[in-house]
Structure formats: structure tokens, C-alpha cells
Design a protein around this ligand. Structure first.
Ligand code: ZN
Length: 409
């Protein structure tokens, strides 16, 4: 039987679990140790540590304390791993916790986190997704059902002291360009809600003061939110500290490219069965700065798409120069507007794009002045025909069901 090296009890506060942490810092003690060649299981909380409930009230999304996330299981020490090595992590299997066979998607209030389309969706909303084996559906978004492309949103190794200092320096410099922006440009260290695993007392306080927040992806991987990093894939991580210190969390049952809703994909608590190996000196041998990976041999097949184009012209008609972010926003808004013609609310459309296996592509970045991005909406996830035709769209929904909303207090 494969050993479960980290267990989480969903009835216990994540902050009481010493094999869990919510900051990146080289001094966080290893939660457990393994040998190269070992396979083992790590259980994880959902990224918020259980803050979001399976109900029809979005006030939990509105009120969530984002300084507490993400709750990660680890760090796992790998014997013999040294700075400059590559740590190979094979994701043998991933699943939901048996006592939480559901997940959540939502978008934060603009005043507490926001999201990709926060100017269009400024209030907190959520949808709940039930798991039926490998499939999922939501009582808040009728008419769709799809197979999960299960993956960790967040996985990576501990930084060393030099790298951590560099992260904090460059992110603070960005914050300083507009320190009062809502939502903020980045999140600086915040000691009071830092959970540093087994660290206690003065050592904990010292490390918590500079521990990097877990929100952005960085050189070590981290919160990359790549939907294709699914079970069956093999990742090659740069190693910066002795033992590597691998941590994982923020499991997603499914996600659209970009994780545009930010709270987040279909977020779940679960377990990861993984196997580790080392390539000694692999960073220099292969010129690796950021992780690389091989995708899974098994993915849900959705080959029929309706593809929405977007260009870098904003809502007011202003021309922007090759702005891929803006072009993808416009592609998403075009898809949401199309979905409303079948009876979905804009919020249902937005949530669906964050949850379903939609693809996002950077299609053109040289045709001045417009970048072109495309949003690929799989048509086979719908229980009705979503394709355009001469007879026009048939309304599948009558507006009686929508996402719960919680306005700012
Ligand atoms: Zn997530």
C-alpha cells in the first residue's frame, strides 16, 4: 500500500496542521522526507482551507481573508536533492477527498481580490459543482456537464534566501508604483496570518516577516494554474535548497485557461499520488530557469469548439498596442455575451469560462496595433445545441436560476 505522508482532516483548522503552510520561505522545516524513486500520497485542503461552503450564499466569498491563502501540503524533503538539481515529479493520480465530493468556483468582490473581469463583475458570486466520479455539474449553471481535467493549481519547491529576497524586492517595487490601487498590484509579506508549518516562536516570527505570499507563479513554479498539468503529467522543477522542499495544494477538478474567475477554477480538497526522481545538476545541463513538463497521456476529448476572437481595443473603443491581456478579456466578454442569448446570465457565463475545459490561445502578437487572442468554448459540454444557425438561438434557461451574489457591506 502506498503511504499517505501528509493527511488533512477537513474538520480541523488548516492552521493547526503542522504539515501545511501558506508562505514560501527556505527555513520552513520539511514536513516529511522521501527517497528518489519513492511514490507517496499527500492530502490537501482546498486553497482557502475550507472557507467556502456548499450553500447558496456568496457572503463567504465576499468576506474571505485572502491573506490566509494558499494552504499547501509540504514541504516534502527529497534525500540527496541539492541546489542546481532538477526534481522530477510524476503526478500518478489525483482525486477529491471522499468526504468532500464537491467544489466551488466564484469571483471576488472588486474590493477584496477582484478578478480578470472585475470591472464587469464587481460583486462576490459563487457556483457549487458536484462530482459524479470523473464528471461534474452545477445546480447554479444548468445545462452543462463535463469530465474533469484534474490538476494542482499550485506546486513547486522552496526558494533559497537569495531568490526570496529578489521576489520581495521586485514585487514591492511594483506595489510602490501605485500603493493604493484596488485591487492591489501584488501582495507583500504579511506576518500575522502566516502559517509556517512546524515553525514556532521567534524563528516563526522572523521567517513570517519575509515569507513570500503564494499568489503569483514564480521561477519555482508555484501558483501557475495550468490546467494541462493534470494527473499523468511529469514536471521538472528547479531545486534551490538541500532536500528541494516540494509543496502542493490548490487542487482543481477542472479549469478554463487563464483561471479568469480567480476564486478560482473548480476548487477542491483532495489527494495527490506522486513519484519523485532527481536529475543531478539538471538545471545547468538543460538550461532550466522555470519548470518544464510533459502533459498527461490521458485527457478528456472535446474536439468541437466555438472559438471567440478578441482584439486589443477596450470597452470604450480605445486602441491599445499589442495588449494580449486586453485581447483575451475581449474574447471572454464576447463568449459571455453569446452565452446570454441562450438564457445564461452574464455571471453564469463568466463562471463557466473559469470552470469548464475552455482553451485560451495567444493567436497573434505581431499585427500592429492589435494583439489577437482566442477563447475556445467546447460545444459538447452543453446539453443543447450552442452552435449558431439560421433559426437563431433557442433559450435553454428562463433566468430563474442564477449564481448567488453578496454585495459589499
Ligand atoms: Zn485554485
Amino acid at each position: 500500500m502506498t503511504d499517505t505522508l501528509i493527511k488533512v482532516d477537513l474538520n480541523q483548522a488548516a492552521t493547526d496542521n503542522e504539515q501545511v503552510h501558506n508562505r514560501w520561505h527556505p527555513d520552513i522545516p520539511m514536513a516529511c522526507w522521501v527517497n528518489p524513486g519513492d511514490d507517496f500520497i499527500l492530502e490537501t485542503y482546498d486553497w482557502t482551507g475550507g472557507a467556502i461552503k456548499n450553500d447558496d450564499d456568496a457572503s463567504d466569498v465576499r468576506d474571505v481573508d485572502l491573506s490566509t491563502v494558499h494552504y499547501l501540503s509540504g514541504p516534502v524533503g527529497v534525500k540527496g536533492a541539492q541546489p542546481g538539481d532538477l526534481l522530477i515529479v510524476e503526478l500518478l493520480d489525483i482525486g477529491a477527498k471522499q468526504d468532500m465530493l464537491w467544489g466551488f468556483n466564484g469571483f471576488f468582490s472588486k474590493n477584496n481580490g477582484g478578478g480578470f473581469l472585475t470591472d464587469h463583475f464587481p460583486s462576490a458570486q459563487k457556483s457549487i459543482w458536484d462530482f459524479e466520479g470523473m464528471f461534474t455539474k452545477s445546480r447554479h449553471i444548468p445545462g452543462v456537464r463535463f469530465a474533469g481535467l484534474i490538476h494542482p493549481g499550485l506546486i513547486g519547491c522552496l526558494p533559497d534566501h537569495k531568490m526570496l529576497a529578489e521576489w520581495n524586492k521586485r514585487e514591492q517595487a511594483l506595489i510602490d508604483t501605485n500603493p493604493t490601487r484596488v485591487p492591489p498590484l501584488a501582495n507583500p509579506p504579511f506576518a500575522s496570518t502566516a502559517h509556517m508549518g512546524k515553525m514556532k516562536g521567534e524563528a516563526r516570527d522572523l521567517a513570517a516577516a519575509t515569507g513570500a505570499r503564494t499568489v503569483p507563479p514564480r521561477e519555482h513554479g508555484g501558483n501557475c494554474d495550468i490546467k494541462d498539468l493534470s494527473r499523468g503529467s511529469k514536471i521538472f522543477f528547479p531545486v534551490y535548497v538541500d532536500g528541494a522542499g516540494l509543496s502542493v495544494g490548490d487542487l482543481h477538478f477542472s479549469q478554463g485557461d487563464g483561471e479568469i474567475t480567480f476564486c478560482g477554477a473548480i476548487e477542491m480538497a483532495g489527494w495527490v499520488h506522486m513519484k519523485v526522481e532527481l536529475i543531478k545538476g539538471g538545471m545547468a545541463k538543460y538550461g532550466i530557469k522555470n519548470p518544464i513538463f510533459k502533459p498527461s497521456p490521458i485527457v478528456p476529448t472535446y474536439n468541437n469548439y466555438l472559438i471567440f476572437e478578441g482584439i486589443s481595443v477596450d470597452d470604450d473603443g480605445k486602441q491599445h498596442y499589442l495588449d494580449v491581456n486586453l485581447a483575451y478579456k475581449q474574447a471572454c466578454l464576447n463568449a459571455i455575451n453569446y452565452l446570454t442569448k441562450f438564457g445564461y446570465s452574464p455571471a453564469q457565463g463568466y463562471s463557466l469560462l473559469g470552470s469548464a475545459p475552455v482553451q485560451g490561445h495567444i493567436s497573434g502578437v505581431v499585427d500592429i496595433p492589435n494583439a489577437c487572442a482566442t477563447l475556445w468554448l467546447p460545444t459538447d459540454i452543453f446539453e443543447f445545441d450552442i452552435n449558431p444557425s439560421a433559426s437563431g438561438p433557442t433559450k435553454f434557461l428562463d433566468g430563474s436560476i442564477d449564481l448567488p451574489i453578496a454585495y459589499d457591506k
